[in-house]
Design a binder for this molecule. Structure first.
Ligand SMILES: C[S@@+](CC[C@H](N)C(=O)[O-])C[C@H]1O[C@@H](n2cnc3c(N)ncnc32)[C@H](O)[C@@H]1O
Length: 191
């Protein structure tokens, strides 16, 4: 199982955000693209992948939404479709344990600290070590949205391995696509 955890620093935790203005909902457009990049193939789903969105915008923050390729249904890669699933998840009352809002989509209260407590992660960071020179990689990778990780987040992430995909700074969804490609190549013995 590969997991991509994306921190949405301004992303709305209010389910009433407009599907017609996803950038205005704290760059929800970018987070939706991250879900698509994590789970969608041209003709199918990556059943061995998941995506966790950490939403930090609004008074109900932090909330975490988990998308599981294993069990998700009716996911098309367009942003409005994915944003609709996010709205449904945010409208569901929840506590600190994941609760399913649609098949393969779950929501809970909590953010990065809770994710880090549950699994071993690596950070994807343009300033990290070249991933092509790395040995065994963990299953979970942490990314930021359009913003830098905050100081508090960097403190939580202290000591985690950090990997770079290349010299250019990419959008988070593009970084997920490139990372998937690296992992696909490793799994199929291309490198
Ligand atoms: C748009 S970047 C974040 C903003 C960036 N820190 C800045 O303000 O210049 C989105 C995220 O994609 C990932 N990313 C982008 N380019 C990358 C690269 N070359 N190597 C590894 N991760 C990358 C990182 O997780 C990064 O936080």
């Amino acid at each position: 199982m590969k997991r991509f955890v994306v921190v949405g620093h301004l992303a709305s935790t209010d389910p009433d955000f407009s599907l017609n203005d996803l950038p205005g909902a704290g760059r929800m457009d970018e987070l939706c693209r991250c879900v698509a990049a994590s789970l969608c193939l041209s003709h199918g789903m990556r059943r061995d992948a998941g995506c966790l969105l950490i939403l930090l915008g609004g008074p109900k923050a932090p909330k975490t939404i988990r998308f599981s390729g294993e069990s998700i249904r009716n996911l098309s890669p367009d942003e409005r479709n994915i944003a609709g699933l996010i709205k449904k998840a945010l409208a569901l009352p929840c506590g600190t344990v994941f609760r399913e809002s649609s098949p393969g989509v779950e929501v809970r209260r909590g953010g990065l600290a809770e994710v880090l407590a549950a699994c071993g992660c690596a950070v994807l960071d343009e300033g990290g070590n070249d991933i092509r020179r790395a040995g065994t990689l963990p299953e979970t990778f942490l990314l930021s949205d359009h913003r830098h990780f905050s100081e508090e987040e960097q403190e939580l992430m202290q000591g985690l391995p950090a990997y770079s995909l290349g010299p250019c700074v990419l959008h988070a969804d593009m970084a997920i696509t490139v990372l998937h490609n690296e992992l696909d190549r490793r799994e199929r013995g291309w490198i």
